[in-house]
Ligand binder design. Structure first.
Ligand code: PEP
Length: 251
């Protein structure tokens, strides 16, 4: 069985003090529970402080993005090796805000995936269609491109460090959530793609998170969908009173 994986993307929010306070509240709320995996992705500048706050906690700490270059004259970028050196566990790659606000391409996403895996990081690879694309009935085509291009050249062995996040862009930060049926259809399609690209064993093991306005009130019905193995949570991950019930959706 795939263990549920609930991750919070804090985006460009909080200050140092509130990031530490949030981390401590989550550390206390999550305790030593092992029935789910939990991760948080603070802004780069607070990674170190959050890593320290979560030192004795099973909660994983991740970055929201990573450079597509190894090192050198790339002003403003943070390399995968730097993240690994800091003790970071994972990085989100290809978030829709990176793709749509900053014009990140599938090529860049793929290079970033390789950079992260090369240094031992885990990866959450985001895929998802815009409203326009859904209305044009291109959802499968879009997520297929995101997934196949994103994973190009990734070995079967490295796939145990990859999680996929299906995040319909129209559901991110909008209060709109994909219905369990809509999420289920895309998750099933994605798992089938992984099976075709690799094999059934890898497809059976890979975790596919859903992301898009996940809240305490809708997490259980989404998690009840057979191919939904977790959630990537934006807004609701900033408040322990919202994120902890999401983590404890089975309680
Ligand atoms: C996200 O940005 O990954 C996300 C899912 O955001 P929200 O939960 O706020 O919709």
């Amino acid at each position: 069985m795939r263990k549920p994986y609930l991750a919070g993307n804090w985006k460009m929010n909080l200050d140092r003090r509130s990031a530490i306070e949030l981390a401590i509240a989550l550390r206390e709320g999550v305790g030593e529970r092992t029935d789910v995996d939990v991760g948080v992705a603070p802004p780069f500048v607070y990674l170190d402080a959050v890593l320290q706050a979560l030192d004795s906690s099973p909660i994983w700490v991740g970055a929201q993005n990573v450079a597509d270059q190894d090192s050198g004259a790339f002003t403003g970028e943070i390399s995968a090796a730097m993240l690994a050196d800091l003790g970071v566990d994972f990085t989100i790659i290809g978030h829709s805000e990176r793709r749509h606000v900053y014009g990140e391409t599938d090529d860049q996403v793929n290079t970033k995936v390789h950079r992260a895996l090369e240094v031992g990081l885990e990866v959450i690879l985001c895929v998802g269609e815009t409203l326009e694309e859904r209305e044009a009935k291109s959802t499968e085509k879009v997520v297929r491109t995101h997934l196949t291009r994103g994973l190009e050249g990734v070995s079967a062995d490295d796939m145990d460090r990859v999680t996929i996040a299906y995040e319909p862009v129209w559901a991110i930060g909008t209060g709109l959530t994909a219905t369990p049926e809509q999420a289920g259809e895309v998750h099933e399609y994605l798992r089938g793609l992984v099976s075709g690209l690799y094999d059934e064993g890898i497809a059976g093991k890979i975790r596919i998170q859903y992301g898009g306005s996940v809240k305490p009130g809708n997490v259980a019905e989404l998690m009840a969908v057979p191919d939904v193995d977790g959630a990537l949570v934006g807004g609701a991950s900033l408040q322990p009173e919202l994120f902890l019930p999401i983590v404890g959706f089975q309680d």
